[in-house]
Design a protein around this ligand. Structure first.
Ligand code: SAM
Length: 225
C-alpha cells in the first residue's frame, strides 16, 4: 500500500520510515511512501501558504490554493487516493480504523500547520478526518505518522508474525466489547524477587488462557471502566 504525506515539513516524517519495521516494509515493497510540499504549489510570489483569519482571531491559516492544486494533482494521478486530514477537532482515530484502512491501496495524509487549514479544503477533499487525542499538536505531521504506523502494521506481511495482531489491546472480544491486553512477562522468571505469575509457567494452556482473560478483564475495567 502507499502513503502520500502532504506536509510543509516532510523531514519531520521521513526519519520514522528509515528504521525498524517500516523501513523493512519499504525494502520489501509492501509499503511505499512519497511526499508533497504545499509550498511548492503556492502561486504566491513569495511561496506563502498561510494568511490571516477571516473575521479576525490569532494566528494564520493555510489558504486553499496550494492545497487545491496539490490534491487535484494527486487525484488526477490516482482517482482512488483516499484523503485523510488529521484534525484536533475530529472523531478519535481507533484501532478499528487502522484495521479498516489497511485495506486501502493509497492513503493521503494532509498535515495542517499554523491554526490549521481553510475549511473549504477539508470540505472538498476529505474522505475522512481524525483526531489522535484530545490535545493540540503544533502540526499534523506526528498525527499522520502515528496513523500511518498503526495502519501499516495491519497490512499483510508488515509484521513478521501476523499472529501478533490477534491478541492485542483494542481488539473486540466475543461480546463485541473492547479489551486491553493482559499484563505480559518474559524471562527471567525471578527478577529482583519479582516473580512471573506461576500459572504462566506450568504449560496448562487452558489455565493460561483463563488467567490471561481474567487479567485482561481487570485491566480493561481499571483503565476503561
Ligand atoms: N486551531 C486548531 C483547533 O483548535 O482545532 C488546532 C490547529 S493545530 C495547532 C495545527 C494542525 O495540527 C491541525 O491542522 C492538525 O493537522 C494538527 N493537529 C493538532 N492536534 C491534533 C490532534 N490532536 N489530532 C490530529 N491532528 C492534530
Amino acid at each position: 500500500m502507499k502513503f502520500s504525506f502532504v506536509s510543509l515539513f516532510p523531514n519531520l516524517i521521513k526519519p520514522y520510515f528509515e528504521d525498524s519495521i517500516l523501513k523493512k516494509a519499504i525494502e520489501k515493497n509492501l509499503i511505499n511512501i512519497d511526499f508533497y510540499n504545499p509550498r511548492e504549489y503556492s502561486k504566491n510570489k513569495h511561496n506563502k501558504v498561510d494568511d490571516t483569519l477571516c473575521g479576525g482571531g490569532a494566528g494564520q491559516l493555510m489558504f486553499p490554493q496550494p492545497l487545491f492544486d496539490l490534491l487535484d494533482e494527486i487525484k488526477t494521478k490516482d482517482k482512488d487516493a483516499y484523503i485523510i486530514f488529521p484534525l484536533a477537532a475530529a472523531k478519535p482515530f481507533k484501532q478499528s480504523d487502522a484495521i479498516r484502512l489497511a485495506k486501502k491501496k493509497h492513503i493521503v495524509m494532509v498535515s495542517g500547520r499554523y491554526e490549521g487549514i481553510d475549511e473549504r479544503v477539508i470540505e472538498t477533499y476529505a474522505n475522512e478526518v481524525f483526531s489522535i487525542g484530545d490535545y493540540i499538536l503544533t502540526g499534523g505531521e506526528l498525527a499522520s505518522t502515528v496513523m500511518a504506523d498503526a495502519i501499516s502494521r495491519n497490512y499483510d506481511g508488515v509484521l513478521g508474525n501476523n499472529e501478533s495482531l490477534d491478541e492485542e489491546s483494542y481488539n473486540l472480544n466475543e461480546d463485541n466489547k473492547l479489551t486491553l491486553e493482559a499484563p505480559s512477562f518474559t524471562k527471567p522468571i525471578d527478577f529482583n524477587n519479582l516473580r512471573v505469575p506461576s500459572e504462566l509457567l506450568k504449560g496448562n494452556h487452558a489455565k493460561i488462557r483463563n488467567l490471561k482473560s481474567k487479567l485482561s478483564r481487570c485491566k480493561t475495567k481499571y483503565f476503561r471502566p
